[in-house]
Every structure is written in structure tokens, then in C-alpha cells.
Design a protein around this ligand. Structure first.
Ligand code: BDR
Ligand code: CA
Length: 321
């Protein structure tokens, strides 16, 4: 089977961490590296968290490459209220034995894209600063990008302003570079991710299973629930970033359509996504991406459980080797 070459740009982050687990468990991917960006926490913290996830899964051969520590136009505003002081509060993981790869994320992406015999798929689940930096600095490599799957945006609600979602809101200029890049962009925004929840009553599925990965996810969910269930009143924890990865494994789980997608930069609508979903009267030639708004939740949950199971057995096999 030809594996899909991917690079995941992220800011772990509870839901980023679970997205990484799905990617690490799947044999559909050739994971060329993980690049990190400031977002949920500072760059140093998101990078450390990515290293911790790899160490837990005994996958330290995967490179973690730090990128931009601030959005283009301002200082990063971290989501301590959602992800805690460390960016991944809850689970207690040992200090990683590995170090970040000594390169700059955008340069690393360019290098990997150039080396790759086929087109590369990018996954972006933090503020889009690294991806936009790459796109601006290496226009000759755009044709070697198959598509970009992003967690960001949403049309019916925001989570940082009434219209703006965190990843887009933190760096709207970067998000606009991505939507205007002419590379197909698949948007998994709050419309779909707030349906892609693990319900409170499902947490015990993870807690009741043995093994470090299941326990890690159970601890992540318990902390994530403080904000999402306790404060925001959702029935469970939204697996925002997992949508951008799971859809590369099985897109048929998601419902969406081709659309024109753009980002607002000014005033009260700064950081909002504009998506043309009119049933009639759309200019089809204006479409620049795909926008998703629903998910088959039971299948999505099963994929997360299966991914954890697969990682547990890989870890065991490595321990016994
Ligand atoms: C997005 O913001 C972060 O808090 C999550 O990791 C996700 O990428 C949701 O708005
Ligand atoms: Ca994220």
C-alpha cells in the first residue's frame, strides 16, 4: 500500500495530542515529521508536549521541529483557560529523553516536500503561522502539496469571539494566506468539531482499558472536560484536531461540500471565516476548498479507540523485543 506522506503542524494541546495518536497508529501515513507552533501554549511548551506524546508511544524516531513562537502581527494569546499551564494539563508524563530537531519548521516542511517523490499532505491544527510562513517563502513548492487539512474556523459560532475560532483568531493573516493559496484546503471547523465529541459517559471506555495510551487519553479527557463540560456546557469533549487527521483515513465519516472560504481581517469580524454555502447562486469557479459540518460520531469514536488499541499493542511489542 502506498502510504500518504504527511506533516502535522500542531500546538499540543489535549485534542492535538489525540490527533497525533490517531496519526501514529495508522498505517496509511508516512509521517514525515511534526512541526510545532505557539497557540494553546508557548512554543517551548507545545514542543515539549509533542515530544512527550512520542515518547509515550515509543515513537521517538519521528522528528519534532519547532516553528514560529508568535503570530505574524501580534504576540500569541495562549489558551491556558482550556489547556492549562503546561498546554496539556492532566496527564503526568516523564520529561522526554529526546530533543527538538534543530531546524525551523517552515524550512523543514520545504525540505521534506522537496525530497518527497509524491505530493505531500499537510495537516494544520494550530494557528497557521508555520504553514503560512512555508507557503510565502517557498511558492515554487505549492504544486507539490496535495492538500491541506485544517482544524479552524466555523460559521455558526466562534470560541474566541462570537464569530472567530481560536486557530484562525490567533493569526488571521496566516489563515488568509492558507485559504488564498489555491491549494485545496479542507476545513474542519467548530460546526463539525463540536459534533465530534467524546461524551462524558464514554470516558470510562478509556479509563477501563489497561495501558499507558488509554490512561493518557482518559487523563486528557478529565482535564479537557473542566472547560468543555463544566464551563461551556457541552455534553462531552470536542475532538477538534482529530477531525483533520481522521478525515485523511476515512473521509466518508464526514459531511461537507466544496465552497468558497475566506478569512476576515478587520474590526469586529477579525478572525471570522466566511464560507459561501448558499444553496443557489454560488459561483462554482470561486470554490477554493471544502467545508465540513457533520460527522458520523460512532465511527469517529471507534477510530479513536482502535488507534489507542493499536498503539498499546505496538508499545507492548517493542517492550518485548
Ligand atoms: C482549536 O483551538 C485549540 O484550543 C484546539 O487545540 C483546537 O486546535 C479549537 O478551537
Ligand atoms: Ca490545536
Amino acid at each position: 500500500m502506498n502510504k500518504t506522506p504527511i506533516i502535522i503542524d500542531c500546538d499540543p494541546g489535549h485534542d492535538d495530542a489525540i490527533a497525533l495518536l490517531i496519526a501514529l497508529a495508522s498505517d496509511k501515513f508516512d509521517l514525515r515529521g511534526i512541526t510545532t507552533v505557539a497557540g494553546n501554549q508557548t512554543l517551548a511548551k507545545t514542543t515539549l508536549n509533542a515530544l512527550k506524546v512520542l515518547e509515550l508511544c515509543k515513537r521517538t524516531e519521528v522528528k519534532v521541529v519547532p516553528g514560529r513562537s508568535n503570530p505574524f502581527m501580534k504576540e500569541v494569546i495562549v489558551a491556558k483557560d482550556v489547556h492549562g499551564e503546561s498546554g496539556m494539563d492532566g496527564p503526568v508524563l516523564p520529561t522526554p529523553t529526546t530533543k527538538p530537531y534543530p531546524m525551523f519548521a517552515a524550512e523543514f516542511i520545504a525540505d521534506e516536500v522537496e525530497k518527497c517523490p509524491t505530493k505531500m499532505t499537510l495537516v494544520a491544527v494550530g494557528p497557521f503561522t508555520n504553514i503560512a510562513t512555508f507557503l510565502l517563502a517557498y511558492p515554487h513548492l505549492h504544486s507539490k502539496i496535495e492538500k491541506i487539512h485544517v482544524m479552524g474556523g466555523g460559521i455558526y459560532e466562534g470560541n474566541r469571539t462570537y464569530l472567530a475560532e481560536f486557530n484562525v483568531w490567533n493569526d488571521p493573516e496566516a489563515a488568509k494566506v492558507v485559504t488564498n493559496s489555491k491549494i485545496p484546503v479542507h476545513f474542519f471547523g467548530l460546526d463539525v468539531t463540536h459534533r465530534a465529541v467524546i461524551l462524558k459517559e464514554e470516558f470510562e471506555i478509556f479509563r477501563n482499558e489497561k495501558g499507558p495510551v488509554f490512561q493518557f487519553v482518559a487523563d486528557l479527557l478529565d482535564f479537557f472536560a473542566i472547560c468543555y463540560i463544566g464551563e461551556r456546557g457541552l455534553p462531552g469533549c470536542p475532538m477538534h484536531d482529530s477531525c483533520a487527521v481522521a478525515s485523511l483515513i476515512d473521509l466518508s465519516m464526514f459531511v461537507g461540500e466544496e465552497a468558497f472560504i475566506d478569512v476576515e481581517l478587520d474590526g469586529k469580524t477579525r478572525g471570522a471565516c466566511v464560507v459561501d454555502l448558499r444553496p443557489v447562486g454560488r459561483r462554482v469557479d470561486a470554490n477554493n476548498g471544502f467545508f465540513y459540518y457533520d460527522v458520523d460520531r460512532p465511527r469517529f469514536l471507534q477510530l479513536i479507540i482502535d488507534s489507542c488499541r493499536r498503539l498499546e499493542s505496538d508499545i507492548k511489542a517493542k517492550e518485548q523485543a
